[in-house]
Design a binder for this molecule. Structure first.
Ligand code: ZN
Ligand code: ZN
Length: 181
């Protein structure tokens, strides 16, 4: 995901390029496929504005039944990259005024005029990773008693004397249990 943008940097403000994304990437979670989508590069006054729209299947674990599955996540990100050297003079270029060096410092176009999207997409993937993934909206989770995966059972329950429910209702289940005794 590295692009040589020497020519684009020489072009006038407003010039643009577009590339197809079809990449393998080391993300926060293993990928179940490629990152596919589109990237647009736009020459700005001080650098290059990058916009990427992509989708990739992330390998995640269901938060209810613990099954592993591939969750498709959408990635949309926009960042401006600034060159470290001037493409015409070869001299070093400071960050433009008003740009937070700490926040934007990693989004630089290196001395070889290479623009690397890897870190930007990796960060976007972290944000896009679902916090509580579900293998299916109606996932029935695990039996609290025997641990059976209730999705894979043909009958309604595993035979245990508990009502299958979301583990988060555990405290309530205990209260009901006490009432019954
Ligand atoms: Zn599940
Ligand atoms: Zn059970």
């Amino acid at each position: 995901m590295r692009y040589n943008v020497a020519q684009l940097l020489k072009d006038q403000t407003g010039s643009a390029r577009s590339y197809e994304l079809n990449e393998d990437l080391d993300g926060p979670a293993p990928l179940e496929g490629l990152v596919r989508g589109q990237v647009w590069l736009l020459r700005t006054h001080h650098g290059i504005l990058v916009r990427a729209e992509a989708e990739t299947p992330l390998a995640v674990t269901c938060s209810r039944c613990l099954a592993n599955f591939a969750a498709p996540v959408g990635l949309t990100v926009e960042e401006e990259f600034f060159p470290v050297i001037d493409v015409d003079t070869g001299r070093g270029v400071p960050m433009p005024e008003g740009v937070d060096e700490d926040a934007n410092g990693e989004f630089r176009i290196d001395a070889n005029h290479t623009l690397d999207l890897t870190e930007m997409l990796r960060q976007c993937m972290i944000t896009a990773t679902p916090m509580k993934p579900l293998c299916q909206p109606q996932c029935r989770g695990l039996c609290l008693e025997c641990g059976a995966n209730l999705n894979s059972l043909k009958s309604e329950a595993c035979g245990c004397d508990v009502v299958p429910r979301d583990p988060r209702w555990g405290a309530l289940a205990e209260l009901l249990q006490q009432k019954r005794v």
